[in-house]
Design a protein around this ligand. Structure first.
Ligand SMILES: Nc1ncnc2c1ncn2[C@@H]1O[C@H](COP(=O)(O)OP(=O)(O)OP(=O)(O)O)[C@@H](O)[C@H]1O
Ligand SMILES: [Mg+2]
Length: 352
């Protein structure tokens, strides 16, 4: 792939905060972004221009793709076929999207490469849930196969008697049932892979979730160290097998018998936001570099410690105090309304 020089335009499918932060990194290097989404969002504030269209409108997507030099996406809950129709201009390719957006496919893909998810079973319909409970056991988590995020589309089962309630809570199948992992910690491997196959992996952050939503990510994370090498080896294999170009994130649990694969995202990730101030090159800049065919930047820590905390819903009201706090870097996404569970911004605290 040839290198796209400064001045080129990156098309981004999706208008959320991830697109916004990709756009800010692109602007620093002299590139522009063109956002494609059905509605305007945080990314539009920093975009050169935008197109409005549905995520499955092939004609509108093609018209958008003609106006940009490369197309990337900032979330994975979109149909893969229309993205595949855009061909080589899309990075990461539609294949990364197809695998990562489907819990059954991603688990099989990772298992074929030697990775270990929690014990799981496919749940096509309500009857299959009873069979799945018999094979997986309880406690367990029922998750919709597609379109889940921030803990949405998930329900816990403490016992077989919870089956009906869990099935109703996720709005029916298709789904997967996963054994509940008794983990000591959670972490993620955030890596960037260039178009030449070079891979750069950030030091993995320890992630703490609250109500199914990421709360904090911190590095360095000594508690996850014994699980790190195994997870990084798997992440490298996954990136290679997908021929992934761009940032790729794999989430893991620290399980009693090793690193347990949770899920992957074919994109920049909330658990990588600390890299803006805490790493030599942010995940957003490295994503931009990768999709443009440029060499990747260094991923070493620039701080003794970095911790990112999400500002969810009303948390954002603390912005004046956060702005005044020494060593705290405040990021607000420009969302007008602070609804419960909505990611409004984040703050990264750096210790030099
Ligand atoms: N099998 C499991 N065992 C124990 N905890 C789990 C399990 N599955 C999910 N969780 C908990 O719920 C969190 C969210 O789950 P998961 O990553 O599957 O959801 P998601 O909605 O895709 O989240 P996101 O897209 O925000 O990462 C996990 O990070 C973990 O804390
Ligand atoms: Mg997750």
């Amino acid at each position: 792939m040839s290198v796209l020089p400064p001045g080129a335009t990156i098309g981004i499918i999706g208008s959320g905060q991830l697109g916004r932060m990709i756009g800010m990194a692109a602007a620093q290097l002299g590139y522009r972004i063109h956002v494609y989404a059905p509605e305007t969002g945080p990314a539009n504030d920093v975009a050169f221009t935008h197109s409005r269209g549905a995520y499955d409108d092939i004609d509108a997507l093609r018209a958008f793709a003609r106006q940009v030099d490369v197309v990337t996406y900032e979330f994975e809950n979109i149909a893969a076929a229309p993205i595949a129709a855009l061909g080589d201009k899309v990075r990461p390719s539609a294949r990364s999207l197809e695998i990562a957006q489907d819990r059954v496919r991603e688990k099989r893909f990772v298992e074929a490469l030697g990775g270990t998810p929690a014990r799981w079973a496919e749940v096509a319909d309500r009857a299959a849930l009873d069979a799945a409970i018999a094979s997986v056991g309880c406690p367990a988590v029922l998750k919709t196969t597609r379109f889940g995020y921030d803990g949405k589309g998930q329900a816990r089962l403490m016992a077989a008697g919870d089956a009906d309630a869990a099935w109703d809570a996720i709005g029916g199948g298709p789904a997967v049932l996963e054994a509940f992992v008794d983990f000591s910690a959670e972490f993620s491997v955030v890596l960037a892979r260039g178009s030449d196959g070079a891979v750069a992996m950030y030091p993995p952050p320890a992630n703490v979730h609250k109500d199914g939503i990421l709360d904090t990510s911190s590095v360095p994370a000594p508690a996850i160290e014994p699980w790190r090498a195994q997870a990084e080896a798997l992440a490298a294999k996954v990136a290679e097998a997908l021929d992934h170009v761009g940032v790729l994130t794999l989430e893991f649990f620290c399980g009693p018998d090793g690193a347990v694969f949770n899920e992957m995202a074919p994109r920049v990730h909330n658990s990588g936001h600390w890299t803006i101030e805490g790493a030599e090159t942010s995940q957003f800049e490295n994503h931009v570099r990768a999709v443009l065919g440029l060499p990747l930047g260094g991923v070493g820590l620039t701080a003794a410690h970095a911790e990112m905390t999400n500002l969810i819903g009303d948390d954002v009201a603390a912005w004046p105090a956060l702005m005044a706090e020494s060593g705290a870097h405040l990021h607000l996404y420009g969302k007008r309304e602070a609804r419960p569970g909505r990611k409004m911004g984040h703050v990264t605290r750096i210790e030099r």
